[in-house]
Design a protein around this ligand. Structure first.
Ligand SMILES: [Fe+2]
Length: 306
């Protein structure tokens, strides 16, 4: 595609892509080029793309099946179920608050049975300064571990639990009824700790809302998770994006983690719209391992290291 401009933005990951209009249908050759860049750089920034909700959903379909967010029904737009609000605005009484989402390193919705392949986030409104988002490369996080540690981690599986999500805890301000519904829709699930990403053939470190590592004691799990969390947050793996209105950022949720920085004036609006792409590799239910619920001691122990 003659006019497509791809400019790397970070050493570890991230590239800016310009030279096309995301409101228009994407021809097959351009789509292939975008997919190639996405798998290479993991995070793509598309500046100055003023899309409507419908146009964002249509553009997202170039990268995979767009999720209707049934696992988080009270975060989505009532009329466009493919759109999730990432906002500090006060939403309606039937919505769960998104004011404090994303403030810890995480991959999105790893508690889902079919974890997300990726997501597109569009900046609609932003504070004058701050409110950046950072992404980290989990291929590098895995590949920089010692051979002995990688061999230990390779076969392990983890229990992912929605109870660890701040929005699913009473202290976050959401109603007990909404939290109970959120937990009921999303029972604990099991995913591999070191999956292989089909498009690249590379192993990655899949840390999300991990409660425990199967086969280890809770104390052993907590120590390993704490180490991996600290390692994966190393600055050399990170790309930081300073938002402009109408930026769209596309990321691979399988091989990156991200964090929304709360370093801005919270009396100002930070309003983002997210579409999400369904993954290909389903996990399985963690039968007999109920949600943590109100087992506060255990929850605090795991939270302290996740
Ligand atoms: Fe997120």
């Amino acid at each position: 595609m003659a006019n497509l401009n791809i400019k790397p933005l970070g050493y570890a990951l991230g590239a800016e892509v310009s030279g096309f209009d995301a409101r228009k249908p994407v021809p097959p050759a351009l789509r292939e080029e975008l997919l190639h860049a996405w798998y290479q750089y993991q995070v793509l920034v598309f500046p100055a793309q003023p899309l409507s909700m419908t146009e964002q959903i249509a553009f997202s379909r170039n990268f995979g099946d767009v999720d209707r967010n049934d696992m988080a029904p009270r975060y989505r737009d009532p009329d466009h179920h493919e759109i999730v609000y990432i906002t500090n605005k006060t939403l309606g009484p039937n919505m769960m608050s998104a004011k404090r989402v994303g403030r810890k390193w995480h991959a999105d919705a790893t508690f889902a049975l079919r974890p997300q392949k990726g997501a597109l986030l569009r900046c609609v409104e932003k504070p004058p300064v701050g409110g950046d988002t950072m992404w980290a490369n989990m291929y590098l996080a895995y590949e920089t571990l010692s051979p002995a540690m990688r061999a230990f981690l390779d076969p392990l599986e983890c229990v992912h639990d929605v109870s660890l999500l701040p929005g699913a805890q009473e202290s976050n301000g959401n109603s007990a009824e909404h939290i109970a519904e959120f937990r009921r829709i999303n029972p604990p699930v099991i995913h591999p700790l070191i999956p292989v990403i089909p498009e690249t053939g590379r192993k990655t470190l899949f840390l999300g809302w991990v409660r425990e590592i199967l086969g280890l004691s809770l104390e052993e799990s907590a120590a390993i998770i704490a180490f991996l969390d600290q390692h994966a947050g190393s600055p050399e793996f990170v790309f930081r994006h300073r938002w402009s209105v109408d930026d769209i950022v596309l990321w691979d949720n399988r091989c990156t983690r991200h964090i929304a920085l709360p370093d801005y004036d919270h009396s100002k609006t930070r309003h983002m719209l997210r579409t999400t792409l369904l993954g290909e590799q389903p996990g399985r239910l963690a039968e007999g391992r109920g949600s943590l619920g109100n087992r506060e001691t255990l929850l605090e122990a795991v939270q302290a290291v996740s």
